[in-house]
Design a protein around this ligand. Structure first.
Ligand code: FAD
Length: 488
């Protein structure tokens, strides 16, 4: 009889690992606390507007293709993923813009608008990020970092790639213009890190975007979730919704069952957790007898990613000039990030990412209207900000800022809206301290130093998703499921 695996959680890490383990012949059951799948990629529908809850920028789409190929199926029969011409429009607080895409000629023109000599630096930066990508992504993103010797073997190469530098510092060694430095160093924010403290290994994202481009799945990222759910059903993976795992039952150094909604117990041979590892170790495993001193220190020393304030809104006016992805930089950069990550206080001088799917896919909004979300990085809940008091005020601040910059008149045009704060990430998605992306991608929290894909405490407990190796973002969590392929 096939051995039984329970996957806890239906984020992309959970969905991908369920499929990969099923392809290996295991009997797989996936349990999800919500009535719908996707985790951070859940879809919200309100007043005929459709909102992807989280991920919108699809990079490395081959990682999704692979999941269908495992069963000799084609993703194109399930969902349509299209490349975007314009990747991001960066808007600075003085109104200047930078259009970022995969066309080198266009890049040259854009960069020279800001600084003639930085084009040469940019080309050198791209060459260097290719080397980082070859090591950090191609070689290591799907390898288990369960033992220190394997980690130590990587150190010489990582030092050669200047992984001791921060992303901002590496970018600044090639680029002199302050605005361009922001453009080319912002990528860690997409995976929960501060560009001033995230290891420069994460500049690999810059090259990853160049290699495969930036894509959108028609119908929204939610249509990828639906496609994966259909594939799972076809392949006889059992999916149990509205099923919160309230305890993982253990016996010595093994896990043996999950308890659902404080009642039903399901036995299994292995558990794969897509639930946030710090939360699992703190709250789902009740007996801490096996946690040794070093592991307890690891739990204590972790730094968590920033929180997210996400405001979803429908506009009766269509803003045809607004790109699919806009990143707006407020006045300050380093100081602003310091307030979010270190001081953990709110600031008036916000930066944000604005998503307008109806730029590519009019079906996301009623005819002649626009669906948006704006994502604003804020401190995580270690800040003790009371979002019940601050939420509406902060929403009005965000609306006011957009009204005065990229979306003139938006305050009068909003016809439907709601927002999520770090409280949603903490309570609904069970992420410690309401962090948007689990633990930060610092060097001291990467690879071996992150929570291991095969638990450092329990033999038959595994992790996929943002809090384990290689880390957050769709390419990261899909790669974490590939790590399991190498472990089973
Ligand atoms: C607003 C936002 C925008 C983003 N934009 C992008 C982007 O454009 N591109 C990109 O690549 N990445 C983006 N990301 C990051 C990316 O979405 C995440 O890193 C990734 O989707 C996380 O997947 P995961 O596998 O870690 O699982 P998660 O999505 O975190 O899902 C975990 C699941 O586990 C479930 N769960 C937790 N505890 C239990 C329990 N006890 N019992 C049962 N179920 C449980 C939760 O309900 C949830 O469904 C974004 C993230 C956010 C929040």
């Amino acid at each position: 009889m096939a051995k039984k695996i329970i996957v806890i959680g239906s984020g992309f890490g959970g969905l991908a690992s369920a499929l990969r383990m099923r392809a290996k012949g295991f009997d797989v059951t996936l349990v999800e606390k919500h009535p719908d799948l996707g985790g951070r990629a859940r879809v919200f529908k309100k007043d005929k507007f459709i909102y992807d809850g989280g991920p919108t920028v699809v990079t490395a789409p081959y990682l999704f293709d692979e999941l269908f190929s495992l069963f000799n199926k084609k993703i194109s029969d399930y969902v349509k993923i299209v490349p975007l011409d314009l990747w991001y429009r960066f808007v600075f607080n003085d109104g200047q813009t930078f259009d970022y895409n995969g066309d080198e000629k266009a890049m040259e023109t854009q960069i020279k608008k800001f600084c003639l000599k930085d084009y040469a630096g940019y080309k050198k930066l791209v060459n260097f990020t290719e080397k980082i990508f070859n090591k950090g992504f191609s070689d290591l993103s799907d390898k288990p970092f369960n033992n220190l010797i394997f980690m130590l073997k990587q150190v010489p190469a990582l030092l050669k790639l200047k992984s001791y530098k921060s992303v901002y510092s590496l970018v600044s060694s090639y680029i002199s213009n302050e605005k361009l430095r922001k453009v080319f160093s912002m990528h860690p924010l997409l995976v929960g890190g501060n560009p001033f403290s995230t290891t420069s290994i994460y500049t690999l994202i810059l090259f990853l975007e160049k290699k495969w481009g930036i894509h959108y799945s028609m119908g929204g990222t939610g249509s990828v979730v639906n496609a994966l759910e259909k594939l799972m059903t076809e392949e006889n993976i059992k999916i149990i919704k509205n099923a919160e795992v309230t305890e993982i039952l253990t016996e010595n150094k093994n896990v043996k069952a999950v308890k659902i909604n404080n009642s039903e117990v399901i036995n299994c041979d292995y558990i794969i957790c897509n639930s946030d590892p710090p939360n699992v170790y703190k709250n789902l495993i009740k007996s801490k007898n096996n946690y040794n001193f070093l592991f307890k220190q690891k739990m204590k020393r972790m730094d968590y990613s920033m929180g997210l304030f996400v405001y979803y809104f429908g506009s009766k006016k269509k803003y045809d000039d607004i790109a699919h992805h806009t990143i707006y930089f407020g006045k300050s950069y380093e100081k602003h990030l310091d307030k979010i990550f270190e001081k953990k206080i709110l600031s008036d001088d916000i930066s944000y990412y604005l998503h307008r799917p109806s730029a590519t896919d009019p079906g996301m909004a009623p005819d002649g209207q626009d669906a948006f979300y704006v994502l604003v990085p804020v401190p995580n809940n270690l800040s003790k900000i009371n979002w019940s008091n601050e939420g509406d005020k902060f929403k009005n601040l965000v609306l006011d800022k957009m009204d005065k910059s990229v979306l003139p008149g938006i305050k009068k045009n909003v016809v439907s809206d709601f927002y999520l704060t770090p409280d949603y990430f903490e309570k609904d998605l069970a992420t410690l301290h309401g962090s948007g992306f689990s633990i930060q991608p610092k060097f001291s929290q990467s690879a071996y130093f992150r929570f291991h894909n095969q638990s450092e405490i329990f033999k038959n407990l595994y992790f996929v998703g943002a809090g384990t190796h290689p880390g957050a973002g769709m390419p990261g969590v899909l790669s974490s499921a590939k790590v399991l392929d190498n472990l089973f």
